[in-house]
Design a protein around this ligand. Structure first.
Ligand SMILES: C[S@@+](CC[C@H](N)C(=O)[O-])C[C@H]1O[C@@H](n2cnc3c(N)ncnc32)[C@H](O)[C@@H]1O
Length: 221
């Protein structure tokens, strides 16, 4: 039996993914109608990210169902007990990772979100999924909230907040990543600095583009 495929999480995710699809309508028309170039410029900005995400506070912006399932599988297969997530939103990816922790026998997931209304929704979803005991939501800018009080060892890192900050978040978490730890970076194409780092010849990581929009990296020993 898997927590991901049984109640309460399975029907909850069915509902939340349906709502996430509908919530694309909550993306401001000005953003939705931008050219790809303009959107990329905004999403890769190191200064304007807060305004961008505040403007999309009613949109779930969730990982795809496939990426969610991949997160569960990866966390299970490495027997993860300690997970950090950058970008909680409504908690859909968080539910997948927390389900894996539950099925691994327990653990701790630290996740980060700066939009207060999203924190409230994520908290409610984690309670509905029966996994709130495994998750600590740190409210505020992850540049600060993930820069302190991290576990000694981290097994898996999900990067899914402001794309321009992926290298900065990695700076804060990197020393805690155990050999063999996995990093899943969603939409990493919008963070070329990050890709250059995990793919660099220094070989601190083994890294591959995986599925449609994920970069999967493994920390070397
Ligand atoms: C793509 S969504 C995350 C989706 C979520 N991982 C899921 O699959 O359900 C990105 C989220 O990161 C949050 N965010 C972006 N930059 C942040 C930052 N610097 N600190 C905290 N939260 C941030 C945004 O408010 C937004 O809710």
């Amino acid at each position: 039996m898997s927590s991901l495929t049984t109640a309460p999480i399975a029907p909850l995710l069915d509902r939340l993914f349906a709502e996430a699809e509908a919530s694309f309508a909550a993306i401001p028309p000005a953003f939705a109608s931008m050219t790809e170039e303009e959107r990329t410029r905004l999403l890769t900005s190191r200064t304007g990210y807060r305004d961008v995400y505040m403007g999309m506070k009613d949109a779930a912006l969730a990982v795809s169902r496939e990426t969610g399932t991949l997160l569960y599988m990866l966390a299970r297969s490495i027997a993860a007990r300690s997970i950090v997530e950058f970008g909680t939103s409504f908690g859909l990816s968080t539910l997948h990772l927390a389900a894996a922790l539950r099925d691994n026998g327990g653990g701790r997931l630290i996740t980060s979100e700066f939009e207060p209304s999203k924190v409230t929704r994520a908290r409610a979803n984690l309670v509905a999924g029966g996994v709130s005991d495994l998750v600590e939501i740190r409210e505020g800018d992850a540049l600060e909230t993930l820069g302190r009080d991290l576990p000694e060892t981290i097994d898996l890192l999900l990067l899914d907040g402001a794309k321009a900050l992926y290298p900065d978040i990695l700076d804060r978490v990197e020393s805690r990543l155990r050999p063999g730890a996995l990093i899943v970076a969603d939409n990493a194409d919008w963070s070329q600095d990050y890709l250059a780092r995990v793919r660099s010849a220094e070989r601190a990581y083994v890294s591959v583009p995986f599925a449609a929009d994920v970069e999967l990296s493994m920390r070397m020993g």
